[in-house]
Write a new protein. Structure first.
Length: 280
């Protein structure tokens, strides 16, 4: 069995699919450290624009809408995304027509479910993404999505900040979108991003935390209800969720910031044993 190893790009997937469609039992992956079967043979596949165009032309002839579905499917953050996409591609080529309504087929179900997770996360972040004003009037928003949705949410925020410069930083994938007016560019952030907050932003963050504490009910929080409204993975970059906890007895005089809900003992005693960040 051949395992076609790609560079993780859309063009690389279509190039590998050019060979895998005629190679029964083969699969595609972009994970270099994936666990392989004993009889598997890894075939490194370089992206080829010509072969990519030929596969796209074939798919377009079968179903013009499926190219957009593959674009979403290949943004999925799971290691099996190429394998799921290949099974869906093989079914389309075999049937020679749209197959998205064949809900009883496992390949269609897997593709629809993974596409739904990508579009659902993109929709959630249009409401959950938090911007901070940096020096020079640049608005900065870091986030760590499960899927590669940076370019999916850009049109929404380009309309929202039509006349303001802003940066949306995908910390997990080390890339950022730099937008100013109608112009936008996606760049690598391997070297890190440094945008100091403006004095006004620090002041408003303090006001927001004070407001949040004043309207919050002083009792152990109902975490199940809170996570029902907003999953914990969206809390990290929200100022009101960076809870200040009183230090244990051996560390009195120090404040700790917790990016996630405190353990049950912390909720009862208002202490945190394992802080994530320390302020003197």
């Amino acid at each position: 069995m051949n395992v076609y190893l790609t560079d993780g790009t859309e063009e690389g997937f279509y190039t590998a699919a050019f060979y895998a469609c005629t190679d029964a039992g083969s699969t595609i992956t972009s994970q270099k450290n994936v666990q392989l079967a004993l009889d598997a043979c890894v075939v490194e596949t370089a992206a080829d624009a010509e072969k990519c165009a030929r596969v796209k032309a074939k798919l377009r002839a079968c179903d013009a809408r499926c190219l957009h579905e593959f674009s979403l499917l290949l943004r999925r953050g799971c290691a099996q995304r190429e394998e799921i996409a290949l099974a869906y591609l093989r079914l389309i080529v075999r049937e020679g027509r749209p197959v998205r309504d064949m809900l009883a087929h496992p390949a269609v179900l897997a593709a629809r479910e993974n596409i739904r997770k990508v579009t659902g996360e993109a929709h959630n972040f249009t409401g959950f993404l938090r911007f901070m004003e940096g020096e020079g009037g640049i608005f900065y928003a870091p986030f760590e999505p499960d899927n590669d949705i940076l370019t999916l949410i850009l049109p929404h925020f380009m309309k929202r900040f039509s006349s303001q410069p802003f940066v949306i930083h995908d910390v997990r994938r080390a890339k950022a979108a730099l937008c100013n007016g109608g112009e936008c560019a996606v760049v690598s952030t391997e070297g890190g991003v440094s945008i100091p907050l403006s004095e006004r932003e620090e002041y408003f963050i303090g006001l927001w935390k004070q407001y949040y504490r004043s309207v919050n009910i002083e009792q152990p929080p109902h975490e199940k209800q809170m996570t029902g409204y907003m999953p914990v993975r969206y809390w990290k970059y929200m100022p009101e969720k960076k809870q200040q906890c009183r230090a244990p007895a051996e560390n009195r005089g120090r404040l700790f910031i917790c990016f996630s809900p405190c353990p049950s003992a912390c909720r009862r005693k208002r202490t945190c044993e394992v802080p994530q960040k320390t302020f003197r």
